[in-house]
Ligand binder design. Structure first.
Ligand SMILES: [Zn+2]
Length: 128
């Protein structure tokens, strides 16, 4: 029975650790997200080029290819992300948005046209 108790303790520790990792806001495996796209323009970000915070993300970085807006309750800010369909890009959860809630990511593009062309997709996302 001693052996069984050890196994139970290990299982309990594993469950607690997994729960902690989830609370910390990192996905433990890939999940399907709704992916949309945005750029730094006033339509997407409500900031004009003359605004001090124009093109600056919630984490203070300059928005660039690889920048992704997330729900910080789902994906911890500053996590790195892998997104289905972009095998050569390591994305970063650097931004947030009022409309970005739950399993929804918003991928930054350099122009509004490119963001519009991206449209809305369902994509597997893995954060680490
Ligand atoms: Zn835009």
């Amino acid at each position: 029975m001693r052996f069984t108790n050890d196994i139970l303790i290990i299982l309990l520790a594993t469950v607690l650790f997994a729960g902690y990792a989830m609370i910390k806001g990192n996905l433990r495996s890939s999940e399907v997200f709704t992916a949309t796209a945005y750029c730094s323009c006033v339509k997407c970000c409500n900031k004009n080029p003359s605004d001090r915070r124009y093109g600056i993300t919630a984490t203070g970085t300059v928005a660039q290819w690889g920048t992704v807006a997330v729900d910080r309750n789902v994906i911890k800010l500053e996590s790195r992300l892998r997104i289905e369909g972009f095998p050569n890009t390591t994305f970063r959860a650097e931004d947030v948005g009022e409309a970005i809630k739950g399993n929804h990511i918003d991928i930054w593009f350099p122009s509004h046209e490119e963001a519009l062309n991206f449209g809305i997709k369902k994509m597997a996302v893995y954060s680490y």
